[in-house]
Design a protein around this ligand. Structure first.
Ligand code: PRP
Length: 224
């Protein structure tokens, strides 16, 4: 049996992925050591390998087959536009991609004016403004702390991830429009999906059961 390789998004998503995999009996003890700088981990018994990559690189590893499976945010999948199969919504890491800005930007946005949009996600922003809203805008690519842009006058609005909303609130900004909901997804290399069909489908089935159990027990909690 050959190794099945997972590319995980370094950080919180990788931790949550391992929590979920543990529920179906897939463990990787050495990955739990937070002080370790190691990037590749092996479960010899199950013939699985895990490596930790930067989010935007996960779809790249999966498209080229360096990883059979990836776990990455939907934002990254949309932005990178790689050729791969998105097979499952894992539910965690839920947040929203939004157009945000000061309340005063609501009007310029509605009036179809030529505005500047700062974002870490130029492809998502382009698709939203050009293809969905048919609005011509100037997109400015930034690498982080996007909320700064409308405050210091670089752009009228931003397209960014909103999770709790505290970053917006603490900087006097608001959600003006919602682009799409986001969460962690499992992606699979197109060739691996054929070659390792049984193993990968088995894995998806087991994870679905865990997810469904989670949903029904959460539901039970609500109705109790
Ligand atoms: C993300 C995002 C927002 C913030 C949203 O930034 O770009 O700034 O989190 O979260 P909230 O709604 O819970 O406040 P991140 O912390 O990843 O850093 P970045 O600014 O470098 O992108």
């Amino acid at each position: 049996m050959r190794y099945l390789t997972f590319a995980l998004t370094k950080g919180r998503l990788a931790g949550k992925t391992m929590d979920m995999l543990e529920k179906i009996g897939i463990t990787c003890e050495e990955m739990r050591d937070k002080s370790s700088r190691k990037l590749i981990f092996v479960n010899e018994e199950l013939k699985l390998k895990f490596f930790l990559a930067k989010g935007p690189d996960v779809p790249t590893y999966v498209e080229y087959g360096a990883a059979d499976i990836g776990v990455v945010g939907k934002d990254t999948i949309l932005e990178e536009g790689r050729k791969l199969y998105e097979v499952m919504d894992l539910g965690f890491g839920a947040c929203r991609m939004c157009v945000c800005g000061p309340e005063s930007a609501r009007e310029v946005l509605a009036n179809n004016q030529l505005i500047r949009v700062a974002t870490k996600y130029p492809n998502i922003a382009k698709d939203y403004f050009y293809n969905k809203k048919h609005q011509t805008v100037e997109i400015i690519k930034l690498n982080g702390s996007i909320e700064l842009a409308p405050i210091v006058g670089l752009s009228e609005v931003i397209v960014d991830i909103v999770e709790t909303g505290s970053t917006l609130k603490e900087n006097g900004l608001k959600v003006l429009e919602e682009v799409c909901p986001l969460s962690a997804r499992m992606v699979v290399n197109q060739v691996s999906m054929k070659m390792e069909d049984e193993r990968i489908r088995g894995l998806i089935r087991e994870l679905r059961t865990v997810l469904d159990e989670g949903v029904s027990s959460a539901g039970a909690g609500i109705h109790a």
